[in-house]
Design a protein around this ligand. Structure first.
Ligand SMILES: Nc1ncnc2c1ncn2[C@@H]1O[C@H](COP(=O)(O)OP(=O)(O)OP(=O)(O)O)[C@@H](O)[C@H]1O
Ligand SMILES: [Mg+2]
Length: 252
């Protein structure tokens, strides 16, 4: 007779285990992450929320391999990031991770089309033309391809940044407050785009937001406070998220 142990694991696109990040040393040191373990399952749209200074951006940067942990581990798929040398880490970031920065980081002298394919051009590759073509329609920028960022609205610029993050067909896209500077209509466009990309292409998105309405687009919300994971909420609605956030508010 044989005994079979079946272990079912949901594949994770990214995760951190016992993540600690300390900035600085001595009296002025800041413990931005204080033992966070969290996983971001494949094909899931996760929102990260929490008060200012709670460690959201730090968590995203460390999970994406843009910064290193003081202790604990960060993984993209099955790869533990600290096991990689600089060259391999650069390749992994290029091939498997996309990042949408809050400030767009578009290059003003390049057109929309050039900005979208910039990471691929830097890598010396052409990328998948069909995918990039489809992305341009998904973000609704076909009639703006030869404009420069200065000729676009804030929402259009943010959509370029989102398209750029997805251009190399990464497994996981991290977006740090991608709707922070947008009016509600442009914000809805960007959120719709993130949600559709997750659902239609089984990609994984991790998004920081302060906005309960934005968080409600996600499949799950992860709450941070003081560098710790304090709660997770599946199937969020704006009202449920707002109620949870009230618990963080410090009476003034
Ligand atoms: N480079 C750095 N050097 C020193 N301290 C830092 C650095 N980056 C962040 N911190 C500190 O780490 C803590 C967490 O910062 P982080 O940027 O992760 O917060 P956040 O949750 O993203 O906040 P916000 O909502 O304001 O963007 C804060 O106390 C911050 O001051
Ligand atoms: Mg931040």
């Amino acid at each position: 007779m044989t005994t079979t142990t079946v272990t079912t694991t949901v594949p994770t696109a990214a995760r951190v285990v016992d993540a600690v990040k300390v900035y600085g040393t001595g009296d002025t040191s800041v413990r931005a992450l204080d033992g966070v373990s969290v996983d971001f399952p494949v094909g899931r749209f996760t929102a990260i929320m929490g008060p200012s200074g709670s460690g959201k951006s730090t968590l995203m940067h460390c999970a994406a391999g843009l910064d290193t942990l003081t202790s604990g581990t960060a993984h993209i798929g099955d790869t533990e990031l600290s096991s990689l040398d600089d060259r391999r880490l650069t390749l992994l970031r290029r091939d498997r991770v996309g990042f949408v920065f809050q400030a767009f980081n578009l290059v003003p002298t390049l057109t929309v089309a050039e900005n979208i394919t910039l990471p691929l051009d830097l890598a010396g590759g052409k990328g998948d033309r069909e995918w990039i073509d489809a992305l341009i329609d998904v973000v609704g920028l076909r009639d703006r391809l030869h404009h420069r960022p200065g000729e676009l609205s804030g929402g259009q610029q943010q959509r370029v940044a989102v398209a750029r993050a997805f251009a190399g067909q990464p497994d996981v896209v991290f977006a740090d407050e991608p709707t922070g500077n947008l009016d509600s209509r442009s914000g809805e466009e960007v959120l719709g785009l993130l949600g559709r990309t997750v659902r239609q292409t089984s990609r994984t998105v991790v998004m920081v937001t302060h906005d309960p309405v934005a968080a409600a687009h996600a499949d799950e919300v992860v709450f941070l406070a003081d560098g710790r994971l304090v709660d997770r909420m599946a199937a969020p609605t704006a009202d449920k998220v707002l109620d949870r956030m009230k618990a963080f508010e410090v009476p003034s």
